[in-house]
Design a protein around this ligand. Structure first.
Ligand code: AMP
Ligand code: MG
Length: 326
């Protein structure tokens, strides 16, 4: 096996190298404020095909296209007047689904007439976007597995399938972007909960946002593929329990994943906590790294406490439920 190149840094010469590779149709893993993305030139079908191959991602699962600003957005999607109201939330961990323009390859949209777009805030990602143009970037992990929040996660799970990784340290949010569907006028639908809450979307838009409960069969083009019932899953089975409740610990080699440190953790399992104080943003940041760690430790089961169902706790619980689905 050929030796892999060292991780790229945020130095100007390394970012030039990353941009060069992307322009040449290669894939490069880049940090974002949510999770690490596996980036490719969004307008180059051969480059996009490499993303699907590296992830083992089904072609029916469309990709999010990242753009530097609204001017770049207007080259791939039909802008919507409501985007002006979302300005305070962008750049940031928010993806908006809009009608596509014909220039967008079918591989990006899985043949849908819409395209998902995001203006990320991460300095490194933005620097590369400004040099290369729109980049499609799903999470940089094998399809269905836990998303990467560190460069080492990408290397561990993709290895030689993605030799080029820019190391930007840990991701600030740790869960994937909120997805808002604005493709139909007069209707705003939340397709995936994320760091931007439904409440903040509603107050920005000044209009209600519908929540879509959706898990379509995986053989069809997905409305929002991250919404597949089973996703973000470690190999170890996960059982969930309500916040603050006393869990049933099975008679097995078990880990218990807690939202905050407890004076008396449940007996019969090794305790781990996502946050000292129960801060859901801190817990979200820690979730995927901890799931990966527990997965390596060979527990027979992970018993995980749900967060309070509010704020970013909604996204945290969404990921925990999908990780637990079998
Ligand atoms: P990930 O694999 O985590 O990067 O997720 C990519 C996400 O893009 C999916 O979870 C979908 O929710 C979303 N997506 C991409 N294109 C579309 C689209 N045209 N309509 C709705 N959702 C989309
Ligand atoms: Mg993903």
């Amino acid at each position: 096996m050929a030796e892999l190149p060292p991780l790229l840094t945020a130095s100007p010469s390394d970012l030039s190298r990353a941009a060069e590779l992307l322009r040449a149709g290669e894939i490069v893993a880049l940090p974002t404020e949510t999770v690490y993305g596996l980036a490719a030139d969004a307008l180059n079908p051969a480059a996009l095909a490499k993303v699907f191959a590296a992830k083992g991602r089904p072609l029916v699962d469309p990709l999010i296209v990242h753009v530097a600003d609204l001017a770049q957005l207007a080259t791939i999607a039909q802008p919507d007047p409501r985007l002006a109201a979302l300005a305070p939330l962008w750049p940031g961990p928010l993806t908006v689904v809009l009608p596509r323009l014909p220039v967008v390859p079918d591989l990006v949209t899985a043949g849908l007439d819409t395209v998902a777009v995001r203006i990320p805030s991460h300095r490194i990602f933005r620097e590369v976007l400004s040099r290369v143009g729109p980049l499609a970037a799903p999470s940089a992990n094998p399809f269905g597995y836990v998303s990467p929040t560190l460069a080492s996660h990408v290397r561990d799970s993709l290895g030689e399938r993605c030799p080029w990784i820019v190391d930007g340290g840990p991701c600030a949010h740790g869960v994937e972007s909120t997805i808002l569907d604005l493709s139909r006028s007069g209707v705003a639908r939340l397709l995936r909960p994320g760091p931007v809450t439904r409440e903040s979307l509603e107050s920005a838009l000044g209009a209600p946002v519908e929540t879509v409960v959706h898990s379509a069969p995986s053989s069809q083009a997905q409305l929002a593929p991250g919404m597949l019932e089973r996703h973000y899953s470690p190999r170890t089975p996960i059982r969930l329990f309500a916040r603050g409740a006393e869990p049933d610990i099975p008679p097995a080699h078990a880990a218990v994943l807690l939202q905050s440190r407890r004076a008396a953790p449940p007996a019969g399992a090794e305790p781990f906590h996502l946050s000292e104080s129960g801060d859901p943003a801190e817990a979200a940041r820690a979730l995927f790294a901890l799931l990966r760690k527990l997965d390596r430790r060979g527990y027979e089961v992970i018993v995980a406490e749900l967060a309070d169902e509010s704020g970013v706790g909604v996204a945290l619980n969404d990921r925990l439920r999908r990780a637990a689905a079998r």
